[in-house]
Design a protein around this ligand. Structure first.
Ligand SMILES: Nc1ncnc2c1ncn2[C@@H]1O[C@H](COP(=O)(O)OP(=O)(O)OP(=O)(O)O)[C@@H](O)[C@H]1O
Length: 264
C-alpha cells in the first residue's frame, strides 16, 4: 500500500512548520526523512498517522484521501512508533503489546488464540518475551521502545511510520530493528538522525530543511558532502561501505561547516 504526501503544509501559531511537502513511499519501500532538529520531520510524520491534519494538501493512503477514511480503517492500515509513546500507565508488557490489536477488535472482545500467539511471536521477535509480566513503568528506555515496536507489529498494518525508532536502543537492537523493517515487506516511512543507518536501510531519502523538502532520491544521490554541509552545517567525507557499497559518512569532531577542507 503506497503513501503519498501531496503538497502538505502545516501551520501552528502563525508559523509554517512544514511547507508544500510532496513525498511518495511506494508499496513495500523504505523511505527515510532526514534533516536537522526542528526541520519538520515529526510534524510530517504526524500527518501520516493522523495525529495532525495538514493545513493544506492531502495525504493519500493506497489512493484514498486519508482524511476521508474512517479512523478504524486507517488504524488497521497504519501503525506508528512515535516519540509520544503513552506508556506512562501501569500496564504489563503483554497488555501493552495486546493493545496493538485494538483496531481489529469490537468492544471488549477478547483476543483469539491466533492473536495471543501473534503477540507472543512479536514479543519474541523484539526480544521482550521474558518481560511479558513486567510493568512497563519498570522498563529501561530501550526495553520500552522494543515493547512498542512489538505492539506495532501485532497491529498487522500495511504501513509503518516510525519517528526515531532507534532512540534508546543499543547497537545490536538498532540493527535488529532496522533489519526487521527491511525484511517486513511493508511500506515504511521513518525518521533517523543517524545518516549512516538511514543510508543502509532506506531505498530513498527525503531531506527536510526549515520545513521544506530540499532533496530526495536514493541515498547515493542525496548523501553528498555538499548537501550535508548545506543542510546540517557539518563537513563530512562520503565513502562506500566496504561490504555493501552504501554511502557512509565520516565526520571528525572539528568538522564544522566553517572549515574549508576536511582533515586528511
Ligand atoms: N504545536 C506546535 N506549535 C508551534 N510550533 C511547533 C509545534 N509543534 C512543533 N513546533 C515547531 O515546529 C518545528 C518542527 O518540529 P518537528 O518536531 O516537526 O521537527 P523535527 O524535524 O522532528 O525535529 P527533531 O529532529 O528535533 O525531532 C520546530 O521548530 C518545533 O519547535
Amino acid at each position: 500500500m503506497e503513501v503519498r504526501m501531496d503538497g502538505i503544509s502545516v501551520s501552528r501559531s502563525g508559523r509554517e512548520l512544514v511547507r508544500d511537502l510532496s513525498l511518495e513511499v511506494g508499496s513495500g519501500q523504505v523511505v527515510g526523512l532526514i534533516g536537522p532538529n526542528g526541520s519538520g520531520k515529526t510534524t510530517a510524520l504526524r500527518c501520516v498517522y493522523r495525529a495532525l491534519k495538514p493545513t493544506v494538501g492531502t495525504v493519500w493512503l493506497g489512493g484514498e484521501d486519508l482524511a476521508t477514511l474512517p479512523l478504524r480503517r486507517s488504524a488497521r492500515s497504519v501503525a506508528a512508533l512515535t516519540q509520544e509513546d503513552g506508556t506512562d500507565l501501569d500496564f504489563t508488557v503483554e497488555e501493552i503489546v495486546a493493545l496493538g490489536r485494538t483496531p481489529h477488535l469490537r468492544g471488549n472482545q477478547a483476543l483469539s488464540a491466533r492473536e495471543r500467539e501473534l503477540c507472543r511471536g512479536a514479543m519474541a521477535r523484539l526480544g521482550v518475551l521474558h518481560l511479558a509480566g513486567r510493568s512497563v513503568l519498570t522498563l529501561s528506555g530501550g526495553e520500552r521502545r522494543r515493547v512498542l515496536a512489538a505492539r506495532m507489529l501485532v497491529q498487522e498494518p500495511q504501513v509503518l511510520v516510525l519517528d526515531e525508532p532507534t532512540n534508546h536502543l543499543d547497537m545490536r537492537h538498532q540493527l535488529d530493528l532496522l533489519s526487521l523493517l527491511r525484511e517486513s515487506g511493508l511500506t515504511v516511512l521513518v525518521t533517523l538522525h543517524d545518516l549512516n543507518l538511514a543510508s543502509a536501510v532506506c531505498d530513498r531519502l527525503g531531506v527536510l530543511s526549515r520545513g521544506e523538502l530540499v532533496a530526495s532520491g536514493t541515498p547515493a544521490e542525496v548523501l553528498t558532502p555538499r548537501l550535508i554541509r548545506d543542510v546540517f552545517g557539518v563537513t563530512a567525507s562520503v565513502v562506500p561501505h566496504p561490504l555493501t557499497g552504501d554511502p557512509q559518512l565520516l565526520y571528525s569532531l572539528s568538522s564544522s561547516a566553517d572549515e574549508k577542507e576536511p582533515c586528511p
